[in-house]
Design a protein around this ligand. Structure first.
Ligand code: ATP
Ligand code: MG
Length: 408
């Protein structure tokens, strides 16, 4: 057992640059790793020198290091992660472990070099000597390999640290960003589409805790459409904290808009209702900002004029992380976060109910306000708000509906 110890090394990203607040960020990253580790097995997790170490405590956990690695790759705050083999701080053991562990990791490579880092200065050999000796041990096993110090195919790293020597070949990118829940709370307007889950993910990546609101229009939209949105929220929780999803019916609002307003203003008016209801939800859940998946010019309601008219109805900041992204960029982000296959399931969204043939691309605020005066905006909002349902979506669990009055 002692002979093939493995440890996952997670290197800090931006957090390494934080000053006095750094302990807060570190604590959040550790909390997130521990929460995930608990579901897998017994792991010791500790931090030293801008790296978090995750080491299995028993044989069962040791057999699940790959799963733990996958979890660590979903934790924001780390720029790089890798699995290292652990050797005793003894050059003979380092050589033996490197010879046993490294060859299968670098099987395709033709050239390599070894880099040693010695943060434990009590270790008697200097870094270049360690590197030369470990390199030699690898060459003994892989005689076709050659050393290239300037542009090697792979770099093998030996880190001699407090608790042992860690040997690995390269690291993968971590999730990056800032740790979950260290940067306020926002409310995501979550449709069943491709863009809004990506927008939510991007905010999460900046350390923001995200709750969501979804607008539906039953019977014009279906139960399946709601299920799809909850599934998308669940996918987002792979990356961050639990999400409360508020589901609000806008059926009546849409029917009134259809009956009393000019058809070409229907969409912009509906969006102003959505923003108003979202802001109300945000105040209720303690969120400080709204988030949408809008991208400039993508559709009529996403021109600069339309966005200005939309935002004029709320006083909270509205963040639109996808604003400068092309659809293709958004799709590749969607695939990366694992949402795409769910986003493209063919269920209707309330935005497609009663939509006009020719929506206004340059709506005028005066005309919008005039049309809103034809209806009782506040009463319609109140009625919609009272209809809301709230779901608690936690990673790996079925979404659970709970009593909205208990919330906030
Ligand atoms: P998405 O792919 O996110 O659905 P979209 O390109 O279809 O976006 P719109 O339908 O115009 O664009 O919606 C713009 C934004 O408004 C969405 O990204 C989302 O933030 C919000 N939104 C749209 N429909 C809903 C809804 N039914 N519930 C909650 N938010 C919505
Ligand atoms: Mg949409």
């Amino acid at each position: 057992m002692e002979n093939n110890r493995r440890v996952i090394l997670c290197k800090y990203g931006e957090v390494a640059l934080k000053g006095a607040n750094r302990p807060t960020f570190e604590a959040a990253m550790m909390r997130e790793l521990r929460r995930r580790a608990k579901e897998i097995g017994a792991f010791s997790i500790w931090a030293a020198q801008s790296t978090v170490y995750i080491e299995p405590d028993d044989a069962d956990a040791a057999s699940r290091v790959d799963e733990m690695y996958d979890e660590a790759a979903h934790v924001f705050g780390f720029s790089g992660i890798c699995v290292a083999a652990v050797a005793d701080k003894d050059i003979g053991d380092m050589r033996r472990v490197a010879a046993e562990y490294i060859p299968e990791r670098i099987s395709g490579a033709r050239t390599f070099k070894v880099e040693a880092k010695r943060s434990d200065k009590r270790f008697p050999m200097k870094s270049p000597e360690i590197a030369a000796s470990v390199g030699e041990a690898i060459l003994d096993i892989m005689p076709d390999l050659s050393v290239d110090l300037r542009a090697p195919d792979v770099v093998v790293t030996v880190e001699v640290r407090e608790r042992g020597a860690y040997i690995h070949a390269g690291q993968e990118r971590g999730a990056g960003g800032l740790p979950a829940g260290t940067n306020g709370r926002a409310l995501l307007l979550l449709s069943g589409g491709i863009d809004s889950p990506v927008a939510g993910y991007m905010m999460m990546k900046r350390g923001v805790a995200v709750d969501a609101v979804h607008f539906e229009s039953i019977p014009y939209t279906s139960e399946q459409a709601r299920g799809k949105v909850l599934a998308l929220a669940s996918i987002l929780t792979d990356w961050s904290l639990a999400i409360r999803v508020h589901v609000i019916s806008v059926t009546h609002i849409q029917e009134v808009l259809r009956d009393v307003c000019d058809n070409d203003y229907f969409t912009i008016l509906l969006r102003r209702f959505m923003m108003t209801l979202a802001e109300k939800t945000a105040r209720h859940t303690g969120a400080q900002a709204l988030v949408t998946g809008e991208s400039l010019g993508q559709v009529a309601s996403q021109t600069m004029q339309a966005l200005t008219v939309t935002d004029a109805v709320v006083s909270m900041p509205v963040f639109r992380p996808c604003i400068g992204m092309d659809k293709e960029d958004i799709i590749s982000a969607s695939r990366k976060i694992g949402a795409f296959e769910t986003s493209i399931l063919p269920y209707e969204d309330c935005c497609t109910v009663f939509t006009p043939q020719h929506p206004k691309t340059r709506p005028e605020l005066d005309r919008v306000i005039e049309q809103e005066s034809r209806l009782d905006f506040d009463a319609l909002c109140r009625e919609a708000w009272d209809s809301r349902k709230v779901y608690y979506v936690r990673r790996g669990c079925e979404p659970r509906e709970y009593d909205a009055r208990r919330d906030g």
